[in-house]
Design a binder for this molecule. Sequence first.
Ligand code: SAH
Length: 341
Amino acid sequence: MLLDLSKAQLKEYALKKGFAQFRGEQIFDAIMNAKPLDKTNLPAEIRNQIAEEYPHFEIVKKLTSKDGTIKYAFRMKDGQVIESVLMNHSYGKTLCVSSQVGCAMGCKFCASSLNGLIRNLSAGEILQQVVMANKDQGGSVKKRAITNIVLMGMGEPLDNYQNVTSFLKLVCDQDGLNFSERNITLSTCGLVPKIYQLADEKHSVTLTVSLHEAEDKKRQEIMPIAKVYSIKEIVDACKYYFQKTGRRVSFEYSLIAGKNDDFAHAERLAAILKGFNCHVNVIALNDVQERHLRGSTLQKTYSFVEKLNSLGVNATKRRSMGEDIEGACGQLRQSVIKEEQ
Ligand code: SAH
């Protein structure tokens, strides 16, 4: 797919096809600005030749929340639908993108894995979410409307390592959207070897790990991946990432009523993170209809955060955005088409 190619690669592609090299640049600009093929300045002959490989841009649904959060659903070439969520902050616009259709991780509280993994997204398909939302927000390739990206949508990004890192390269391309990895957050349920790989390959994204429990046995009950990697192995990998990159690591902790939200849990978590310069984002679990787990109360959430702070852990309550449009954490699901059927 042409969306997977950098500007330099598109120039090569143009030459290979027998076009002039600058046609590659035109194709790149058209793609980055989400232009339908018939709106480009390419001659008909070239348009016909690249039509099959040219990205197919389509927003199938756009929902705006009371708090201004927008959920986009995009249909891809093969008909699969993926969702992204745009959040407006005082410092800019953050886009939460999906890295897979569905998810294989099977976390008990999350809607993304309800139907397992359908397929990985290509680098270009992850990029397409940014390109489309950027355009919809009035941005262009030269003047970006999106300031931050979080890989916290559907899917486990480190389970699609190759495509996700190719995406990082594409989205940070100076000729393209010119993001800095520092403005990109990658969230993982803790695929330890991939965290080391990310550090060794000198990435500088903000790494955040979904912990949600401070005890391996309990974590295994809600996150199957905990049977493969222990919390200690995860924290050691995060320390390595910090050492190598100088980037402070965060941990996600979603509070589930009666499961992981007592002071004893906060104490255990503080003991694990002791001496590690990191940050904990606390959020009450968002309801997912099919999941029979409840989020903790607001009061419980605040006291959990306070408890962590009093124990010397840097923690804040994360604002939940877009709940009324099912755009909040863990609510993105495989396909709006299925819902409509
Ligand atoms: N697979 C990655 C990223 C996707 S989910 C990961 O596990 O980190 C982004 C965050 O939302 C994760 O921290 C995930 O554990 C959390 N999450 C999933 N379902 C949730 C729910 N129902 N309520 C609150 N957070 C949830």
